[in-house]
Design a protein around this ligand. Structure first.
Ligand code: HEM
Length: 454
């Protein structure tokens, strides 16, 4: 089993595999941690191809990635198995729809994520940062698990901007159910993406069809109640989708379509943002110099108050820390597609039906693309133009790029700046997290830090 590796120079990482693994070994090790099956050559070569029952390719070459995600996007739809697995949770929503079915939903939802609307949601993020600071202060001299704390903080935000003030059901139930489902579905889907045969044990389904039906009924009732009541003073994502229509066809979303898309935002947005922040705190505790510089910036701008949407542009170094965190520990670890046509991507000979992956984790640590790739150096993002767009893809790219990227970045900067302005974070000896990727890249064991008020 790969041991977690750390030194004074590089933050925690999993040494990649240098041996060739057999099929059974691959599946067993992948179930523990997908990082276990990313080969070392994936950070040294532009492409890696193989067959584990099904043919697969890993593409780490910026020009080929651009071809896949942008120029020939129709030939590389999202992989079939991922869709089959997510469909029971999020229906035919934005995340998994293809072609015309996808296009109209994306056109309708895009304005909800415009700069103006996201800026208007910033007070929700500021309030969540403030509550998080109170909880951390309440821990006193006890260590805090910042992974759990950030899950609570981002949960505050996503529930407030999806089903805010809806007393008709316990919104926590929906979020919990959906998070559990995705955690388990993630395990299953990766086994299937790589073509694991049926005898490879799958975890039991966590959520019965009945629980799922009940959850959807609750969400539908909340949506209908909102539609009857009308929007609040500051429209949240539900209000914006309710008011939205496809500018081309004039089509509006039915209750079921609204529900599936709101559940998608929770699925795609909640854990990913929490993980970004958890890893950012880990890295700041790992490198006290970076943390001090970030604190000086935060305190200079904020003077003790919590960060707002307007402050974000004044916090460039905090933003660089988030960018560098997403390079080293990208929450969405792998972009996966099923090829529809024969193609050539660098050295890889693509056949219809092949699984084609961009391992975002390996891309961010690639020897040919980054200097000192395993080091934590936020300042490498000081000049964004110097970075090849297709070498850095925490949010994907092309038309299927993450619709919530600006939302997530604004939230992460607000929370990180507020907390660094108020606390000094130091590691708890012997409790480094272990990077484990199932569908998302989690800090196993938690991010345990001491938080001292400053
Ligand atoms: C740091 C946080 C986040 C990360 C790292 C992240 C990452 C990603 C990635 C890599 C994709 C592309 C997947 C692919 O091409 O296969 C994606 C798509 C998507 N994300 Fe995010 N995401 C984050 C936050 C959010 C938030 C906050 C929301 C919504 C509130 C969101 C909603 C979506 C949706 C709806 C899609 C599908 C878009 C489409 O196919 O048109 N994400 N995300």
């Amino acid at each position: 089993m790969a041991e977690i590796s750390t030194s004074h120079a590089t933050p925690v990482r999993i040494p990649l595999e240098t041996r060739e693994l057999g099929v059974l070994q691959s599946f067993t090790r992948m179930r523990e941690n997908v990082l276990n099956i990313i080969p070392q050559v994936a950070v040294e070569q532009p492409t890696v191809s193989g067959r584990t029952v099904r043919r697969w390719h890993m593409i780490m070459e910026p020009a080929s990635i651009r071809r896949m995600l942008l120029d020939r996007v129709e030939a590389y739809p999202k992989s079939v198995v991922t869709k089959n697995l997510l469909r029971p949770a999020v229906g035919e929503s934005l995340f998994i729809a293809e072609g015309a079915d996808w296009r109209w939903q994306r056109r309708l939802a895009a304005p909800a994520f415009s700069h103006r609307n996201i800026a208007a949601l910033a007070p929700v993020m500021t309030a969540a940062a403030e509550r998080s600071a109170e909880r951390i202060a309440g821990a006193g001299k006890r260590a805090v698990d910042m992974a759990q704390e950030m899950t609570a903080a981002t949960f505050d935000v996503i529930s407030e901007v999806t089903f805010s003030d809806d007393g008709s059901f316990d919104r926590r139930d929906i979020h919990r159910a959906i998070d559990d489902y995705v955690a388990e579905a993630g395990r299953v889907s990766l086994l299937d993406v790589l073509g694991a045969p049926d005898w490879v044990p799958r975890p039991a389904r966590v959520m019965s069809a009945q629980t799922m039906r009940q959850m959807r009924r609750n969400a539908d009732a909340a949506i209908e109640a909102r539609a009857a009541r009308g929007p609040g003073d500051v429209p949240d994502l539900l209000d914006l989708l309710l008011a939205g229509e496809d500018p081309k066809s004039g089509r509006r979303m039915s209750t079921g379509e609204l529900r599936d898309n709101l559940l998608t935002f929770i699925v795609a947005g909640h854990e990913t943002t929490a993980l970004t922040l958890a890893w950012a705190f880990y890295l700041c505790a790992f490198d006290p110099e970076v943390q001090d510089r970030a604190r000086a910036e935060a305190q200079g701008v904020l003077q003790g108050r919590a960060a707002t949407g307007e402050d974000v542009a004044q916090l460039p170094f905090i933003r660089q820390i988030i960018d560098e965190t997403l390079r080293l520990y990208p929450p969405g670890g792998v972009i996966s597609r099923t090829a529809q046509e024969a193609d050539t991507l660098g050295q890889a000979d693509i056949q219809p039906g092949d699984t084609v992956m961009v391992p975002i984790y390996a891309l961010g640590r690639h020897r040919l693309l980054w200097e000192a790739p395993d080091d934590f150096r936020p300042e490498r993002f000081a000049d964004r133009k110097a970075i090849d767009r297709y070498a850095y893809l925490p949010f994907g790219d092309g038309p299927r790029i993450c619709i919530g990227a600006s939302f997530a970045l604004q939230e992460a900067v607000i929370i990180l700046a507020t907390l660094l302005g108020r606390f000094r974070f130091t590691p708890v000896k012997g409790r480094d997290p272990k990077p484990v990727m199932i569908l998302t890249l989690r800090p196993e064991g938690g991010v345990w830090l001491m938080a001292e008020p400053v």
